[in-house]
Design a protein around this ligand. Structure first.
Ligand code: HEC
Ligand code: HEC
Length: 301
């Protein structure tokens, strides 16, 4: 025991609190200096922060802080800037042809991103998330087109829809030849063999042969004398072994018996024009996009 301070632990030489139980003493070890500095500094920083930034709640609002910072204002400003940037792109997308869009890499990237996201929101339900299509809903990745695969064709299809409510909607009539009594069951059966035969899939060549005149008489106005189809009427090519409604004998007889009237809504009232342009860029890029057909000058005045 030291003379100066009776509360010094003999073994460690450290001051004690004076508490002692059965010879076990409580040492009074001071906080390490570095720890105290960190502690005091953090108090000072917290105070400065509370003065600088929005902090203390008041009755109806809050203390705005000397710096006047606001996360909400910052987000609003960013949104405004983004919308301004988008607006520039959006106007550029209107009434533009594909060449102009492709010539501007930034605009093209914007259109692709906007088109892809709008496709997921509006089109994937019917055409599939990869645009692969389902029975009755065309695959948009391949180069087979009912109504045409140029940028302008796709844009027009999207605006007016197919058998939709738009006054200029695309319309093509595949009638219910069986249900409406236009053809007999035998004729339909023969025609189904004929159609199968067109894509080299025939099983009953005799039946196909029997139906040849009937096909020319009844079906060729839309599907063409060789069965290659007619885009002006949305009549599919029957020779390519790719089927919208299935190519089995049963599928084809069903098509002929009950008719087919695939409906796609017109998007002109549902989506802004720039979104429709972006969608056309995106769909065109999926793999089957065609070049713009040369303008037919014969019909021009
Ligand atoms: C309600 C279902 C439905 C939705 C939603 C839908 N489609 Fe369609 N779409 C169809 C059907 C059915 C057809 C085929 C119509 C026919 O048989 O002629 C079609 C045809 C098309 C065609 C023409 C294909 C060709 O071969 O000419 C394009 C292009 C197209 N859709 C793109 C889109 C895009 C882009 C969207 C999203 C904005 C969309 N569709 C949303 C049902 C839909
Ligand atoms: C007035 C025009 C028109 C006539 C006539 C017509 N078709 Fe069609 N046909 C269409 C259209 C349009 C479609 C596509 C319907 C759709 O997309 O929903 C179609 C679809 C089909 C399909 C389905 C093809 C597929 O990919 O699944 C077959 C098969 C077919 N027609 C066979 C015939 C046969 C056989 C005849 C004669 C009895 C005939 N069509 C007469 C317009 C016509």
């Amino acid at each position: 025991m030291s003379d100066k301070n009776p509360y010094i632990d003999e073994l460690s030489g450290t001051e004690t609190t004076g508490h002692e139980w059965d010879g076990i003493e409580e040492l009074n070890t001071p906080m390490p200096r570095w720890w105290l500095w960190v502690f005091y500094t953090s108090i000072v920083v917290a105070l400065l922060y509370a003065i600088a930034m929005p902090s203390i709640p008041l009755l109806n609002s809050h203390f705005k802080g000397v710096l006047g910072h606001s996360d909400r204002a910052a987000v609003n400003q960013e949104m405004e800037e983004m919308q301004a940037r988008r607006a520039v792109f959006a106007t550029k997308l209107l009434d533009t042809d594909l060449e102009t869009i492709q010539a501007d890499p930034e605009l093209f990237r914007f259109a692709m991103a906007a088109g892809k996201s709008a496709f997921g929101d509006n089109c994937a339900t019917c055409h599939g998330s990869g645009a692969q299509g389902f029975k009755g809903y065309p695959n948009l990745n391949d180069d087979i087109w009912l109504w045409g695969g140029s940028f302008e064709d796709i844009l027009h299809t999207l605006k007016v829809g197919i058998r939709a409510t738009h006054e200029d909607t695309r319309i093509g009539l595949m009638q219910a030849y069986g249900r409406d009594g236009l053809l007999t069951a035998d004729q339909i059966s023969d025609l189904a063999h004929y159609v199968q035969n067109l894509s080299g899939n025939g099983i009953d060549a005799e039946a196909a042969l029997r139906a040849a005149p009937l096909f020319q008489e009844t079906c060729s106005t839309c599907h063409g004398t060789t069965g290659m189809g007619d885009r002006a009427q949305g009549a599919p090519n029957l020779t390519d072994a790719e089927w919208l409604y299935g190519g089995s004998y049963a599928d084809i007889t069903q098509t002929l018996y009950g008719g087919r009237q695939g409906v796609m809504p017109n998007w002109n009232e549902r989506l802004p024009s720039e979104t429709i342009s972006a969608l056309a860029v995106y769909v065109h890029s999926l793999g089957g996009g065609e070049d713009t057909p040369p303008i037919n000058t014969e019909n021009l005045p």
